[in-house]
Design a protein around this ligand. Structure first.
Ligand code: C2G
Length: 132
């Protein structure tokens, strides 16, 4: 079984997230999503509208997602890849190059982002502001 892993906040779920998850899942037989905790979001200077537990329930309902576990730190990726026997690490290409150190442990794939949509854009379009 070819196992794929990806990371993210996945707040205010939108088509960009779904396109990423679908393409990631298509690279293997199993997709593990490592979902940023509310505490880690604060480290990323992000404030999610939905709390972790709700974002987890939403992700687990997506046909492309097989499992969701929490992301607490920047440093957990190598252990996550090893502990879960991961074959492919996938991220959107806004992260291109940032995780190449994982090439010693698994394949690393950066997929083109979906243009014209982002959680920040949704918040701004709804006049919720960046830190609401
Ligand atoms: N994404 C995309 N197209 C968009 C928006 C997002 O392909 N229009 C992708 C991102 O590139 C990322 C994933 O969807 O691969 C999740 O995006 P975010 O929730 O914004 O994740 P991020 O905050 O970048 O978290 O340790 C890594 C971090 O947790 C990454």
């Amino acid at each position: 079984m070819k196992k794929v892993i990806t990371y993210g906040t996945f707040d205010l779920l939108h088509v960009g997230h779904i396109n990423l998850l679908r393409r990631a899942r298509e690279l293997g037989d199993y997709l593990l999503v490592v979902l940023s905790s509310d505490e880690f979001n604060a480290i990323k200077n992000k404030k999610a509208y939905h709390p972790y537990e709700d974002r987890k329930i939403i992700l687990e309902a997506i046909r492309y997602v097989d499992e969701v576990i929490p992301e607490y730190t920047w440093e957990q990726k190598i252990k996550d890849v090893q502990d879960n026997d991961i074959d492919v690490f996938v991220m959107g290409d806004d992260w291109k190059g940032k995780f190449d150190f994982l090439k010693d442990y698994c394949e690393v794939v950066y997929l083109p982002r979906t243009e014209g949509i982002s959680t920040t854009k949704i918040k701004e379009d709804l006049n919720l502001g960046k830190n609401s």
